[in-house]
Ligand binder design. Structure first.
Ligand code: GLN
Length: 195
């Protein structure tokens, strides 16, 4: 591969699981690039919004003036992947402690939808999940659920019937943490949709 063919994948680096995403991006043969400024978006082929705490990340987006640039990034057709808190930020609206969202996935994100009793757990994706995702080990940490999906939102994987990996155009939202462990299928899907 020549250097120009190597894809650069930005990771929003305000807060959250940035380093584990960087490792996953390297595993699929791309270069991770921390993103904290609008100008950094010009230098990447795709972007990851990591898991973490969506209230904290939302405050950072406001402070850094990144809401509109990120919406424009999505509208430009470059692929995005939001995981857990990142999926909340991609949604149309967040419920249960609302935060301003980007509106790039036409669904409602319900924060901490599995309750405080079950802070984190792992479960395999349901057998009827698409694109080879059946059985994928999904790690949930104070995870949201996606509800009221519009017909434009395609469900790629479910756990116990609930959508956990969805796609609208080139935007992927994932309620679990695909960067934990060594299964890089979700990151490979992101990279595969770079034009
Ligand atoms: N519970 C967090 C939120 O609502 C998300 C947790 C995560 O990203 N692991 O922002």
């Amino acid at each position: 591969m020549t250097p120009s063919e190597v894809k650069r994948v930005g990771i929003l680096a305000i807060q959250g699981d940035v380093e584990a995403h960087a490792a996953a991006i390297e595993r699929v043969g791309a270069v991770p690039v921390p993103v904290l400024r609008e100008k950094h978006l010009d230098e990447v082929d795709a972007l990851v919004l990591p898991g973490g705490e969506s209230t904290t990340i939302a405050k950072g987006l406001e402070r850094l003036g990144l809401y509109e640039p990120l919406r424009a990034f999505g509208d430009s057709g470059r692929p995005l992947l939001g995981t857990c808190a990142g999926a909340i930020l991609l949604s149309r609206v967040a419920e249960n402690h609302p935060v301003e969202t980007l509106g790039l996935i036409d669904a409602v994100a319900v924060r901490n939808a599995y309750g405080t009793q079950v802070d984190s757990f792992a479960a395999p994706a349901d057998a009827d999940s698409a694109n080879g995702f059946a059985g994928l080990r999904c790690v949930f940490i104070r995870a949201p659920q996606l509800r009221d999906l519009s017909p434009e939102v395609e469900v790629l994987a479910r756990v116990d019937g609930a959508p956990v990996l969805v796609r609208q155009g080139r935007v992927l939202a994932c309620t679990f943490h695909p960067e934990l462990g060594d299964d890089s299928r979700v990151h490979a899907l992101l990279l595969g949709s770079v034009a």
